[in-house]
Design a protein. Sequence first.
Length: 274
Amino acid sequence: MATPASDAAPNTIVLIHGFWVTPRAWENWKPRYEAKGYTVLTPAYPGFEVEVEALREDPKPIEDLEVTEIIDMLENIIGKLDRPPIIMGHSAGGLFTQILLDHGFGAAGVAINSAPPEGVKVVPLSEVRSGFPILKNPANRHRAVGFTPEQWHYVFANTLDEDESMALYERYHVPASGKVFWGSALANIHPGKDDTYVDFDNDSRPPLLLIVGKEDHLFPPKVGHSNAKQYNSKSVTDIVEFDGPHLLPATPGWEAVADFALNWALEHATPAPA
């Protein structure tokens, strides 16, 4: 089950990063999956093609970010593949994974500690506290807003000690788009469909697995379970919990999460058309 088994099975895995990090957050997963025989793509958001240090120095690409621009870029990449891939996303990348599946892309999808689509209205106190650095000031809608090391520890690495959290902060942290974050926060208030809309009744959607960290402060398990319950379609929707904080792809125990995600996706993947 660990390698592509046939011409109909997925041979590519697309890993989509979330906010406050870059594709570097997948630096452990990519070689692990490549060793199993897969082509692994870790696309950066438009403007994020530079290193973490460069984005910290000049966050202008983050300020200009648009959800539609991200989705268009991902659909363009995936649409050129020879067969539907496995799509995995973390945090905002999990939301983008759900949107891509709804649009008919991918053989199966895994959303890890996913930001919720429009329509998921559960907002725990820890989520409010996590987003407060951006939401406390409406002017942040037009800025790239980062975390302090203390805020990062609470939101991303609360199960680790301060030294471990700081190492991850220095390795991965970049500011996030206030525009996109505010838009997602207000999606359930605006009339009509927003950029984070997903058709929960779409019976043709590829299978979806939601993975949630039991100690995640940004999107706690109740958010993930509420997200899963929104789906009314006949397509497979599963949810599983793992011990760990928001940054599951890069904190201790990531190997178990990565292997479970791949095995589930292979078991449930929709075969490619002949």
